[in-house]
Design a protein around this ligand. Sequence first.
Ligand SMILES: *Cc1c(COP(=O)(O)O)cnc(C)c1O
Length: 446
Amino acid sequence: MAKYPFPSKRAAIYRDVPDEQWYNWRWQLSHRLNTAEEIGQVIPLTESERKALNAPNLFRVDITPYFISLIDPQDPDDPIRKQVIPTAAEMVPFTAMMEDSLAEDRHSPVPGLVHRYPDRVLMLVTTQCASYCRYCTRSRIVGDPSATFSRSEFEMQLEYIRHTPQVRDVLLSGGDPLVLAPKILEEILSRLREIEHIEIVRIGTRVPVFLPMRVTDELCDMLQKYHPLWMNIHVNTPNEITKELEEACDKLTRAGIPLGNQAVLLAGVNDNVDVQRQLVHDLVRIRVRPYYLYQCDLVEGAGHFRTPVGKGIEIMEGLRGHTSGYAVHQYIIDAPGGGGKIPVMPNYLLSYSDHKVVLRNYEGYITTYEEPVDYLPEKAAKFKGLKRPEPGQSGVHGLLQGEEMFIKPEGFDEVHDRQGIQHRLKDEKKWQPLGIGSGSSETHES
Ligand SMILES: *Cc1c(COP(=O)(O)O)cnc(C)c1O
């Protein structure tokens, strides 16, 4: 299976770098490229790229020698190039652009900890990454060394989690947790593991993609002491899937860490059904389960990467049924303003009546499913385990459970309060349809 060539391409300027250095992650990190001059030695820059790289206040640029080598230098539309080399389009504002489009800061009970969902938290453990994605949703803090999280903040985060027993899942992100000094990462994991109600810990990282040599045996030995540990990587195109990435994923998987992938739908990068199908096929080959495909956030600098939502729906239409269910990610719009992740997909349920559901499949075959007429909801399976507290967050599921009959937007009652008096229409004895009787005032008596 010579699917992924090994070793991967090396840009011409790295030809003479000895393997001991090239495959050393510290060498890769300390030789990252970030100026027009440095990047221009590897790739002939376009006018737009040169302009962006020389602009003040640009979101941080850093590219590992390994990753920049995957770019075809002659192709200005190379899909890896667009992810890491800025263009002037990054400086163009757009409607609905926001600095913190997911309202993470508002959801942070302590700095660097985002508690958006009832049972899980997002912990931002560093602002640094191995390379910087131009569409970063957290560009307001990421890349800024002065915004790095302090020890006292880390203690506050732990304190919050310790006192919030409904949290069973901690998601480590940033920045990229795998660029932390190994001792610090281990301390975070071991301190979290001391908290009894934490069931799983997840790491969100692009290190295996930007810097696969960081995934050493020692790192995997350390990580596997803290199971159950899950990991999501971030691959957007088949071009990023190299022998080196495959080896890194193999090591992680052998250490018992289930791997998922979170991709972002990006204009000109992976907004094509065939590219997406190749991506998810290559991911499952290296035992990475496609998890989410995100609609690009409304974040500063990322306007030109947005696609219509219809493109995402079209991609999902082209995956579901056409390929292994394991290879199909979920398309997600992370709600601007902080509503959280919302799954979006084509409609498969065409119609519905009492006891009959009309469905269509990926081929357009239309079928009916007959529901039972004697189903007894009160006989549904009982759950005898202990229920975790989820105060005030029953949501739409609560409507189905009959806990509530409606969910009102904030201020609904005030807006609709017209100082109304109780209507009497329901009082049948006092009401007769118009036209009956004499039209006199007798129907309007009080
Ligand atoms: C994405 C995210 C999570 C995790 O969501 P899952 O759907 O469970 O993967 C948790 N907290 C925040 C704030 C997030 O943005």
